[in-house]
Design a protein around this ligand. Structure first.
Ligand SMILES: *[C@@H]1O[C@H](CO)[C@@H](O)[C@H](O)[C@H]1NC(C)=O
Ligand SMILES: *[C@@H]1O[C@H](CO)[C@@H](O)[C@H](O)[C@H]1NC(C)=O
Ligand SMILES: *[C@@H]1O[C@H](CO)[C@@H](O)[C@H](O)[C@H]1NC(C)=O
Ligand SMILES: *[C@@H]1O[C@H](CO)[C@@H](O)[C@H](O)[C@H]1NC(C)=O
Ligand SMILES: *[C@@H]1O[C@H](CO)[C@@H](O)[C@H](O)[C@H]1NC(C)=O
Length: 674
């Protein structure tokens, strides 16, 4: 009889202690692995708890986000003083990129008023913020980012860093990923680099001391907490925090993806959180212990399931209206096309679909199978894998460039070392076809003038109006494309960078096209906005004269276009050089203006060249043109650099890229090996 009340008492005590326990849970918790059933973790987006007891925030899918937050809000402020509490947390994570070495995009430990962060964007926003709320104090967001992509727009220091972010994706302070090994009697404290996306487990500690207002971040590949932080930042978090906040993790993938895992997590308000013992956490590679047979069986089954799924999905998407593109997809940049789709679009890259050979590879016309959109597909074979990797991480930036005078990059695809870029299709082909070859139709002067102004405004955008300066490096008639309304659109921007990498650093390889290369480029090898201006000057003169900047078949005094134009101008006979195809039908004032702007841009000395913004204002007649010093200019102008090359003229037509191993006085070597 007496046993029963005792039993009940036990239950009551248990219940009471349980409720006290769960109450105190609100400012302290500890997870060594996450079990699927009762974990008090709220997941959303692509986040899942895998059966091994590991949170996977994102999978290998492009542009997804994932959030995992502790379900219960936590009191972050002292009710009487309203000052933020100290807190301490540690967690074990691993980042496994889809392609070795290329991560996308990282994750952040997050303290926020919301556990769903429903306004967060993927890619560089890490699922935390979006372009409209960056920096807004009403975000009340504290994050420590573990970022594996260098985003220039957020001033990221590299593609492997840890940063403290307050209400913004621009870090208040960041440091390359590294850790301190603790010293002992015979060992000194050492700092060592750490690769966030190596796939191995890393433990991170984040501590905020509210009395000193200092945040400290530590990393280590082991279970012991280093005594020195790698990042410490002084800030009072009181204005950032609300009374109660949620703590958790936010992550996203972009064009490149990776899986972001959390294996264990401990957290405590006003005290030091318990450090995790890495060997007691679920292991990512636990499936290695399975027998090979089971693995193969598993793979076969998942392969079959995958095939069934993809077929099903493909069918589903075919049925679904293709126009449904979510807003962020448009905003975040170009998309990665499946190779299959591009192969189908170009009918297997058939010669019949070949539009031409660009400076970087073959260009095909294609029609996307589903939407019937016409596209131009550029196939670039690349010997240097490194250049390709860096380029791919920049595609996102390039894809965000949007201007009516630029050819829009729609997406990309990589097949082994081949890079395939997909652009808007330009109905009327490239400008050089109209000026130099037997044209389908003569371009009237008004059209030429409009094209020139369009290219200039595209260049102003690249140089000055985009968040970071983009140097085109290969401005030339062949890269000016004409859309169905004969609007000029500049193509191939950013591509020249592909050829910067993997070269012997002692020899600067100059990228560009002969005749458009500014003289200082051959000396320094360093492209600038001013070298783009030089190339634009050459383009202006071509459009007026209807010939290439260097014409090996011309009379010797006419070989170099700039020199020839200077000669004629000096003789007061500038209009003699105007393209005979115009048959004398043009506005003389405009033609003279374009010639003079062309000569100004072709100045040898880069200080004397105008900026693209000034060029636009000259062309619009908003700014008076400076007097050209017709007689003060050295005879020869930009021509000197080509003197030694005249004997090589037969190559001029077939080779459009060259490399120089030194100044233009030393021997020049042509590299046609594209
Ligand atoms: C989850 O919440 C319940 C009730 O609030 C509590 O009993 C349990 O200990 C919590 N689990 C963890 C791991 O925090
Ligand atoms: C990855 O996560 C996204 C977002 O929830 C989901 O749509 C997709 O199906 C997942 N992919 C795989 C391969 O699990
Ligand atoms: C809040 O601040 C007051 C005054 O400093 C202090 O006495 C009290 O213990 C604090 N409360 C908590 C929960 O830390
Ligand atoms: C910040 O966000 C609030 C709430 O969303 C909004 O009302 C306010 O206009 C934003 N401020 C700025 C500067 O964007
Ligand atoms: C750093 O944090 C403060 C908020 O305390 C904010 O005003 C500032 O703009 C932040 N950003 C940088 C880059 O310092």
């Amino acid at each position: 009889m007496a046993n029963i009340p005792l039993y009940l008492l036990c239950i009551m005590v248990l219940l009471a202690s349980n409720s006290i326990h769960s109450h105190s849970q609100q400012d302290e918790f500890f997870y060594a692995g996450f079990n699927e059933a009762a974990t008090n973790i709220t997941l959303n987006g692509g986040a899942v708890i895998e059966h091994k007891g590991i949170i996977r925030l994102t999978n290998d899918t492009e542009r997804v986000l994932g959030h995992a937050f502790y379900s219960t809000p936590i009191h972050f402020k002292n009710k009487t003083t309203t000052k933020a509490f100290s807190f301490s947390t540690s967690f074990a994570f691993a980042i496994v990129p889809q392609y070795p070495k290329l991560g996308g995009h990282g994750f952040a430990f997050t303290i926020s008023p919301s556990k769903t962060l429903s306004n967060g964007y993927p890619s560089q926003y890490l699922g935390l913020l979006n372009p409209h709320d960056l920096g807004n104090f009403s975000n009340h967001l504290f994050a420590v980012e573990f970022d594996t992509v260098q985003d220039f727009e957020f001033n990221d220091i590299n593609d492997n860093h840890v940063g403290i972010n307050l209400n913004n994706m621009v870090s208040n302070k960041s440091v390359k990923a590294c850790f301190f090994t603790d010293g002992s009697e015979n060992k000194q404290v050492q700092i060592q680099d750490l690769n966030l996306k190596s796939g191995s487990v890393i433990q991170a500690w984040i501590d905020y001391d509210s009395s000193r207002s200092i945040i400290e971040v530590r990393l280590s590949p082991t279970s012991s907490k280093p005594s020195s932080p790698i990042l410490s930042y002084q800030v009072d978090l009181t204005p950032i925090f609300k009374e109660t906040m949620y703590v958790g993790f936010s992550s996203s993938t972009g064009l490149l993806s990776g899986s972001h895992y959390i294996m264990g997590w401990s957290f405590k308000i006003n005290g030091e959180s318990k450090t995790l013992s890495l060997k007691n956490l679920p292991s990512l590679s636990s499936h290695n212990t399975r027998t090979r047979k089971a693995l193969i069986l598993g793979l076969t089954i998942s392969f079959v399931i995958l095939i069934v799924l993809t077929t099903g999905l493909a069918f589903y998407f075919k049925m679904k209206n293709n126009d449904v593109i979510e807003a962020w997809e448009l905003e975040v940049g170009p998309h990665r096309f499946p190779y299959k789709e591009l192969k189908q679009a170009t009918r297997g890259f058939k010669d019949k679909n070949l539009l031409g050979f660009g400076g970087f590879g073959k260009v095909y016309k294609g029609v996307l199978p589903d939407s019937k959109t016409e596209i131009a597909v550029k196939q670039i074979s690349q010997e240097s894998r490194q250049g390709l990797q860096e380029f791919i991480s920049e595609i996102e930036t390039i894809g965000k460039l949007r201007h009516r005078n630029l050819v829009q990059l729609l997406g990309w695809c990589r097949k082994r070392n081949d890079l395939i870029l997909v652009y808007d299709f330009m109905e009327n082909g490239s400008l050089d076809k109209y000026i130099f070859e037997q044209p389908r139709a003569i371009l009237r002067w008004e059209e030429r003038f409009r094209i020139i102004k369009g290219v200039a405004s595209g260049l102003v955008y690249l140089h000055e109006e985009w968040e970071q300066t983009v140097i085109h490096r290969d401005v030339k008639a062949g890269n000016v494309l004409l859309d169905s309304e004969m609007n000029a659109r500049l193509g191939d921007f950013g591509l020249a960078k592909l050829y910067d990498h993997g070269e012997n650093p002692s020899t600067t390889r100059v990228v560009g096209t002969l005749g458009y290369l500014a003289p200082e480029l051959t000396r320094t090898g360093k492209p600038t906005t001013s070298s783009d201006v030089f190339a634009f000057g050459a383009l202006l003169l071509e459009v007026v004269c209807g010939r290439r900047p260097i014409e090996p078949k011309a009379l010797p005094e006419e070989l170099v276009l700039v020199d020839w134009v200077w000669d004629r101008l000096r003789l007061g006979a500038a209009l003699e050089i105007v393209d005979p195809k115009l048959a004398g039908v043009y506005d003389e004032v405009e033609v003279l203006l374009v010639i003079k702007v062309g000569l100004l841009c072709s100045e040898d000395s880069l200080e004397r060249r105008p900026t693209m913004k000034q060029v636009v204002r000259y062309l619009e007649g908003e700014l008076p043109l400076p007097e050209l010093d017709v007689f003060g200019v050295k005879k020869g102008g930009g021509g000197r650099q080509f003197e030694g090359m005249y004997p090589m003229s037969p190559f001029f037509e077939s080779v459009n890229t060259w490399s120089s191993t030194g100044g233009y006085d030393s021997s020049l070597s042509l590299s046609g090996g594209r």
